[in-house]
Write a protein that binds this ligand. Structure first.
Ligand code: SF4
Ligand code: SF4
Ligand code: SF4
Length: 375
């Protein structure tokens, strides 16, 4: 095994192939606090990419309610159980990754779900953890909680699917870091299904090959957002390019949220894949759970998010989420406006940070009627 540097763990780790970062890496940020579980993203992906035979059970994008929702069933808790308790120490991961914990003769610690594990795509929806005591909602984090976790492939820097494929059918595009399965090479061994800790590769029994989220690369290549981003009702998503921490750029929205403000965090960084979808953690969830999902910085990120409205630059950037169909490569906040720019630094959209408010007079003198203002 080669030694590669994983900045999310703050250390080198073992990986099947030598480190080879792409020219630039596609990445995304999801603001969990804004997701309403409408599943529009799920359907936008399904109707675009997975409406064929053998794809009936596939959800390249899914949204599950945590802590009791899973697709496939128990995908994360089963692996956490296999990996056992591990330790972080001052932002440095002292535990084992799923590559380092692989049993002898295997490349990755993992499991292949049973067919029945895919039978309930929306299991646990809206189930709340804890008792609902009177007044318990007012001080976050609080005892009764749940949140919606939208998930797609993370187009990982060190993909477990790629590492595990005995045919070498999975590749990471050098131009944008998007991870794809070559349908002509794949023989359907399903090692990727076993290895991906996020369970984001799916076997198609009709074609005998495995398939996965392609990050809507035909749209990315045209500077457009993927289907599940463009159609997101809650405007929780932004997609663009991420640099390594030492090359972070202040005007790059992903770098700003991930590296500079450290507000958006990877999902299960301890697995060691350096996933490239980042989450602004929910503000009302107990710290233990947040740390398990998003690493040791999660409670601080949730606290920072609560103060976002006092911060012009941050609230400006957050206002841009979901406001354009184009990729936001750069952004700026000028006065009361947040402006998005494309790859050529051309402005694509600008939004007001403070929404204008209009107060209608109670008495309409033109029609001579009294109107009620409903808050
Ligand atoms: S999330 Fe899974 S399928 Fe996607 S790149 Fe990472 S290991 Fe591969
Ligand atoms: S990025 Fe595209 S392919 Fe991937 S889950 Fe979203 S809609 Fe589906
Ligand atoms: S469309 Fe957006 S708000 Fe709706 S479930 Fe998907 S991620 Fe959440």
């Amino acid at each position: 095994m080669a030694r590669v540097y994983n900045w999310q763990l703050g250390r080198e780790m073992s990986y099947w192939y030598a480190g080879n970062r792409p020219k630039r890496q596609w990445a995304a940020v999801f603001d969990i606090n804004k997701c309403i579980a409408c599943q529009t993203c799920t359907l936008a992906c399904k109707t675009t990419w997975t409406s064929g035979r053998g794809q009936e059970y596939m959800f390249w994008n899914n949204v599950e309610t945590k802590p009791y929702g899973f697709y496939p069933m128990a995908w994360d808790v089963r692996l956490l159980d296999m990996l056992q308790a591990q330790q972080w120490n001052n932002g440095h991961y002292d535990g084992q990754t799923i590559f380092e914990a692989a049993p002898a003769g295997e490349r990755v610690l993992g499991f292949r779900p049973e067919e029945r594990d895919y039978s309930y795509p929306n299991v646990g929806e809206d189930d709340v953890y804890g008792n609902v005591d009177k007044g318990a909602y007012f001080t976050p984090p609080h005892a009764a909680w749940m949140f919606y976790l939208a998930r797609i492939c993370n187009h990982c820097t060190y993909p477990a699917c790629l590492a595990s494929c005995p045919r070498g059918s999975i590749y990471k595009r050098p131009e944008d870091g998007i991870v794809l399965i070559d349908q002509n090479r794949c023989q359907g061994y399903q090692e990727c299904v076993r290895a991906c800790p996020y369970k984001k590769t799916f076997f198609n029994p009709s074609t005998g090959t495995s398939e996965k989220c392609i990050a809507c690369y035909p749209k990315i290549e045209q500077g457009l957002q993927p289907q599940c981003f463009e159609n997101c009702i809650g405007k929780i998503r932004v997609q663009g390019w991420i640099n390594t921490p030492e090359q972070a750029q202040e005007d790059n929205p992903i770098d700003y949220l991930v590296h500079i403000r450290k507000l958006a965090l990877p999902l299960y960084p301890q697995y060691g894949l350096e996933p490239n979808v980042y989450y602004i953690p929910p503000i009302h969830t107990p710290n233990e759970f947040l740390i398990q999902l998003f690493g040791p910085r999660a409670p601080e990120a949730a606290r920072e998010y609560l103060k976002a409205r006092e911060d012009r630059k941050l609230s400006g950037l957050l206002s841009l989420l979901g406001c354009t169909t184009k990729t936001i490569s750069y952004f700026a906040v000028k006065g009361d406006k947040a402006i998005a720019y494309d790859d050529q630094r051309q402005p694509t959209v600008e939004v007001p940070i403070t929404e204008p408010t209009f107060i209608r007079p109670d008495f309409d003198s033109v029609r001579e009627v009294i109107r009620q203002n409903t808050p």
